[in-house]
Write a protein that binds this ligand. Sequence first.
Ligand SMILES: NC(=O)c1ccc[n+]([C@@H]2O[C@H](COP(=O)([O-])OP(=O)(O)OC[C@H]3O[C@@H](n4cnc5c(N)ncnc54)[C@H](OP(=O)(O)O)[C@@H]3O)[C@@H](O)[C@H]2O)c1
Length: 263
Amino acid sequence: MNDRLPPAAYLSELFSLEGRVAVVTGGTSGIGRAIAEALARAGASTVVVARREAELAATVAALEGHGRRAAAVSADLGSRDAVARAAEEAAAAFGEPDILVSAAGINLRPPMDDLGAEVWDTTMAVNLDAPFLLGQRFGPGMAARGFGRLIHIASQQAFRASVTSGAYGVSKAGLVALARSQAEAWSPRGVTANTLVPGFVMTPLNARLSSDPAKVKALAERTMTGRNGLAEDFAGAAVFLASPSAAYVTGQSLFVDGGFSAH
Ligand SMILES: NC(=O)c1ccc[n+]([C@@H]2O[C@H](COP(=O)([O-])OP(=O)(O)OC[C@H]3O[C@@H](n4cnc5c(N)ncnc54)[C@H](OP(=O)(O)O)[C@@H]3O)[C@@H](O)[C@H]2O)c1
């Protein structure tokens, strides 16, 4: 290690994703979109996976606007066949990924009394099964190559009940455990697995809640910073977890929530 590097070169040594390939599910909106942009701007060739074609095309154009290679895969991650196909298409774009961010998620929020098997199954398929299946597809290859980063987006509701946690909270608690299992399996071979834990973030996922000023204010007051989250708040944390400097951070949940969970 050169201990006389100028600051930009030193930061690059710690955090650059130059030469890496990233796949970001849900990379066209909200938190996933902010993470895709951050990984691309940090140097990664980035593939975004989601359903809607127009949003995929717009995201690819934005990432390419940063001078990075970008590609899109349209798939409904609620179907196992589609997950398998999406994984192959994603790997075909720039090669097998070094970084997998599972940000695609849904929150259907029926009251517990009305929570039926259909909502349960759909929620588990998108929020938990898809990250598991993609991890099984890409994790062993990452381990064989000696480098990999698995980043899941969990939720406060993995740890506490709030705002009709229902099936959603269970799926997110499963993700936290999945990251631990992946970390246990693959960290000895250079693959870390962690979760980022948002508080309340103003994205399309929360459109209904976000349109109620009283609820938005009450949620902001539960943080220590006095405001709700923005998608951009996840950029630095994602780059850090994806970077070479996070090699010794694994099996963890990193709360990016303005202190929401700390009291
Ligand atoms: N916002 C919050 O307050 C908050 C809090 C805690 C955790 N989270 C988690 O953070 C992650 C991102 O949430 P967000 O708030 O940024 O949501 P968002 O803005 O609604 O974005 C969701 C993304 O997932 C994709 N997606 C949804 N269903 C999909 C499916 N079946 N197949 C493929 N892609 C699908 C969407 O694209 P298409 O619709 O085009 O498919 C979109 O790109 C989620 O896992 C969410 O649970 C969010």
